[in-house]
Write a protein that binds this ligand. Sequence first.
Ligand SMILES: C[C@](O)(C(=O)O)[C@H](CC(=O)O)C(=O)O
Ligand SMILES: [Mg+2]
Length: 298
Amino acid sequence: MLHATATAQEKRGALRSALADGDRLLRWPGAFNPLGARLIEDKGFEGVYVSGAVLSADLGLPDIGLTTLTEVAGRAGQIARMTNLPTLVDADTGFGEPMNVARTVQVLEDAGLAGCHIEDQVNPKRCGHLDGKQVVPLADAVQRVRAAADARRDGDFLVMARTDVRAVEGFDAAIERARAFVDAGADAIFPEAMRSLAEFEAVANAVDVPVLANMTEFGKSELFTVSQLQDAGVRIVIYPVTLLRVAMGAVERGLDEITAAGTQAALVPDMQTRARLYELVDYAGYNAFDAEIFTYRP
Ligand SMILES: C[C@](O)(C(=O)O)[C@H](CC(=O)O)C(=O)O
Ligand SMILES: [Mg+2]
C-alpha cells in the first residue's frame, strides 16, 4: 500500500550494488506517470527513468529547458515514490549556474530520486538528437559536474554527467569530456547521440565508471539490443520516451476509432482492464487496511 517500501537511501544503495556487481546491463524505461513506474517494476525492469522530454511534452511544452526545478522535482518525486526501483531523473543543464546545480541535486535528493544527469549544453538546451545544439566550454561543464558531486549529502546519490559534444565537436571531444567529468566526480557517463555501437564501446573503455546508452527513437543512435549494448560494455540503457510514444500512438488510434465507429467497443480488447488497474494501485491492500480500522459491526 502507498507503494514504495524501500527508502530513498535503500534504493540508492541497491543501485550502487547493482552497478558494482559485474557487467549486467540495467534497463530503465522512462515512466511518463507514477502508475507507469509501478508497471515497470512489475515487469521486472531494473530501474525507472524520468525524461525531461516526456515531462515537457506532458505539459504540452517542447523540450527546450522551459520546465522548472520545482516541476521536475515534483513530478519525478511522485514517480519515484511508486516504486522500489531506483529512479534517475533528467536534470537537463542543472537549472542554471553551478550554485543552482548544487541546489538542484539537493532538491532531487529530498524528492527521493536515486540520481540525476546533468548535461553540458548551453541554455536554452535542445533535445540531444536534434541538430544545432551548442555546448558550454569544457571548464564550465566540469564546474557543473563538480558542483553536483560536492552538493549531495547522500554519497550514494548517483551524479551522472551527460555530454552532448559528440554532435558539436566530434567523438574525440566526447571522450575528453567523459574523462574530465569522471575526474570532477561524476559517478557515471551519458554520452549523447553516439553514432555506432563501437562509439559506445570506446566510451565504456575510456572511463572506469558505468556508461549509459540512450535508445530514443527517431534519433541519431541506432536502436541496439540489450545483448549488443551489454557486449559493448554499456551498463545502463534508457528508453526515455518509448512508453509515452506507445501510449500516445494508442490514444490517437483510439480517438480515430471512436470517430469512425461511433463507439470505443473495438478498442476494449487492447485496454488495460479495470482489474489490472486495481491490481497496480493495490486496491485490495487499501480495502484490507480499512477493514482492519473499521472493525465495528452494527
Ligand atoms: C534523453 C532525453 O534527454 C530525455 O529528455 O528523455 C532526450 C530524449 C529525446 O528527446 O528523444 C534526449 O535529449 O535525447
Ligand atoms: Mg532530456
